[in-house]
Design a protein around this ligand. Structure first.
Ligand code: NZQ
Ligand code: ZN
Length: 380
């Protein structure tokens, strides 16, 4: 096991009706900016619950943080926040609203253009923020990461600031999610676990089994959620799986991969593909291309998650990868670039970008531009 230092300061407030407890989580006298996406919260009653809970508080609203939040929109929020001297942020929405708000929280304490912060990748100064999460997927509610896009140049990069002070998760608010967003959320959660787990075996029994428990839970609940997406207990399990998949708890002392995510971000940047939808295309390709290197862990995963115990090593590895792709297809998602009408020009462009940026992803930093190209070719 690698050395590590772990702290996750976010207070998780979970359950039916918990939005009502919002006000006591925000210190008195704060000038609060509440940030929203495109309006789903107005249709499902979340907006009314939040506004009621904030009665008597000083509140400014900022609307319009889009899926894959853009610097172009966030600059406007930062300007408004500076004008109103905002000293607390409350993000109400999915991962995009939460991520966008993390950049706003740092941007409010930075004098230059907030894109500088994204290019830096990390900025430790930030105005405190809380969240009300409406879409289980990203883990943004309990981590310090964000992913910010720039429309002008079709770029998308990770950025790190601070953890939310608190996050309120009421599974009932997920009942209005479209089927496609649920599928992408389950896929994103699954791939978050795989990025931290699918490296080499024998680093930590505990981290392995913790990761496997999330994968097994997702595989168990996914078909049931497809049948009934307003079942509280199923959506509660899904919501907690998503948080636990990317809040650091399954990552202590073990190597991480993240190549699939970094390639997936380019597909979103260039084609606007939904985040989870990019991952289910790229992950099977990553596993196919890196099958020999990841063989030990693929065998463990195949046996523990998919019950694969017979066949040659190569057959077992191939079956574990196939089962993974089949699971993604069972969610109703495409798993090939051709199904999204993405062809060689995109593969060339991503290779060009990665070469120019001199990237080296993966747990051993050996997923270079050329390896990423091979992965994309295998996703055709
Ligand atoms: O904008 P509104 O109208 O609210 O609608 C949203 C949006 O259109 C809708 N939605 C959200 N909650 C809903 C709902 N519709 C009905 N009922 C509800 N309860 O869903 C759509 C998608 O929302 P979005 O926030 O974009 O989805 P998600 O949570 O999957 O976030 C994706 C973003 O997070 C980044 C991705 O790259 C992407 O930009 N990620 C962030 C990470 C992090 N912070 O750690 C890690 C992830 O790997 C990921 O990269
Ligand atoms: Zn993700």
């Amino acid at each position: 096991m690698n050395n590590f230092s772990f702290q996750n300061p976010t207070r998780l407030i979970f359950g039916d009706g918990m939005i009502a407890s919002l006000s006591k989580e925000i210190p008195a006298g704060k000038k609060i900016m509440v940030t929203f996406g495109g309006g789903s919260v107005k249709k499902n009653g979340v907006y009314d619950q939040v506004i009621k809970a904030l009665e008597g508080r000083i509140v400014t609203e900022f609307w319009g943080i889009e899926a894959n939040p853009t610097i172009e929109t966030l600059r406007k929020a930062i300007a408004l926040g500076k004008e109103k001297q905002i000293d607390f942020l409350l993000a109400v929405g999915g991962g995009s609203v939460l991520d966008g708000t993390k950049l706003i929280s740092s941007g409010l304490l930075y004098d230059g253009d907030a894109w500088d912060l994204v290019k830096k990748g990390y900025y430790p100064e930030s105005v405190p923020m809380g969240t009300v999460l409406t879409l289980p997927a990203t883990g943004s509610e309990m981590n310090s990461g964000a992913v910010i896009s720039r429309i002008e140049t079709h770029e998308k990069y990770p950025f790190y600031s601070n953890y939310p002070v608190f996050s309120i998760l009421d599974p009932k608010v997920t009942f209005t999610l479209p089927d496609f967003q649920i599928a992408c959320g389950i896929a994103d959660t699954f791939v978050h676990v795989m990025e931290q787990y699918m490296t080499s075996p024998g680093q930590s029994r505990l981290m392995d089994r913790w990761a496997e428990s999330i994968l097994a839970s997702l595989i168990e609940i996914a078909p049931k959620i497809k049948e009934n997406k307003t079942n509280y207990d199923l959506m509660a399990d899904f919501m907690l799986c998503a948080t636990m998949a990317l809040n650091g708890f399954i990552s202590m002392g073990v190597n991480n991969d993240w190549a699939t995510h970094m390639i997936g971000h380019e597909l979103t940047a260039l084609h606007g593909l939904t985040h989870g939808a990019t991952l289910v295309i790229v992950l099977p390709g990553t596993l196919r291309v890196l099958a020999a290197k990841k063989q030990g862990k693929l065998l463990q995963y195949g046996e523990r998650i998919w019950g694969i115990t017979s066949g040659t090593t190569e057959e077992r590895v191939a079956l574990a990868i196939k089962k993974t792709e089949d699971f993604f297809r069972s969610l109703g998602l495409h798993t090939r670039l051709s199904e999204e009408n993405i062809g060689d020009a995109t593969i060339d462009e991503i290779t060009r970008r990665f070469t120019e940026r001199n990237v080296a992803f993966g747990e051993d930093r050996d997923v270079t531009a050329q390896v990423a190209r091979e992965i994309l070719i295998s996703c055709k």
